[in-house]
Design a binder for this molecule. Structure first.
Ligand SMILES: O=C(OCc1ccccc1)c1cn[nH]c1
Length: 239
């Protein structure tokens, strides 16, 4: 997968690309990434990337020209049109489903904005997707782009050691994850549930499913809306 990132602060990404999973993905050539500082594409002698809003009002707006020209500088394989993703609070709420959709793409381009936002022509004339990572305003789109890149790259087949962990992810089942335990079997008086020590995998799977349902019901009932349950599971939820 090729990832191009339009940003005014490329150095922000160095840390995230050093993380073990992304570094491995890069070393094993699952991921190639490039930064483009769209300030390098301004056509004015002051290298301004933003300007005052038409119609007045506070704040500055990102000019379309530097971003359009920065995007034009990215070589694109003719066959596959890349996704051009605008990070902004007005975008669609980001979900694991969206991560799975983007993980199938060969080429992603991220536009990380700043200031009050983007000139609308960037939205209408360039972006294929607009993504929000949450209902809050950040100083720029970089952190959002890192969240999307991290959650997408880990889904590329082969990037994670044992593929199963991506499949069993919480949200991949549509539920929150069940509790996890590891050694010791008792720690400071807190014991691991006996079922997990029983070796009976049918019972263990049932226990895990029940715990995931219960935890989701208590913490994120909204996730249960698009779920179908067996009669027995409906009984559990009533408890
Ligand atoms: O603040 C965000 O992006 C930075 C940004 C971009 C455009 C205008 C203002 C701020 C953001 C919040 N959730 N997802 C993204």
């Amino acid at each position: 997968m090729k990832v191009d990132i339009l940003t005014l602060f490329p150095e922000m990404f160095e840390g995230v690309f050093q993380s073990s999973i992304l570094k491995k993905a890069i070393d094993q050539n699952f991921l190639q990434y490039h930064y483009i500082n769209f300030r390098d594409y301004t056509d004015n002698k002051h290298n301004k990337v933003d300007d005052y809003p038409y119609g007045g009002g506070a704040g500055m707006v990102l000019k379309p020209q530097p971003i359009f020209d920065a995007i034009a500088s990215i070589e694109k394989e003719e066959t596959v049109k890349p996704r051009i993703i605008l990070m902004c609070p007005q975008g669609e709420p980001y979900t694991q489903r969206k991560a799975e959709e983007l993980a199938k793409e060969d080429h992603l381009i991220f536009i990380c904005g700043h200031y009050e936002g983007y000139d609308e022509r960037i939205r209408t004339g360039l972006a294929t997707d607009e993504i929000s990572i949450g209902d809050y305003v950040l100083t720029g789109g970089e952190l959002g782009a890192m969240v999307v890149i991290d959650s997408v790259v880990r889904l590329i087949p082969g990037v994670l050691g044992n593929d199963t962990s991506a499949v069993e992810d919480s949200f991949s089942t549509g539920l929150l994850e069940h509790p996890h335990y590891t050694r010791p079997a008792e720690f400071r008086g807190m014991k691991v549930p006996d079922v997990l020590l029983s070796g009976n995998h049918a019972h263990i799977d049932t226990w895990r499913r029940k715990q995931a349902l219960k935890r989701t019901f208590l913490r994120r009932p909204d996730l249960l809306e698009n779920q179908s349950f067996s009669v027995e599971e409906k009984e559990w939820l009533k408890q």
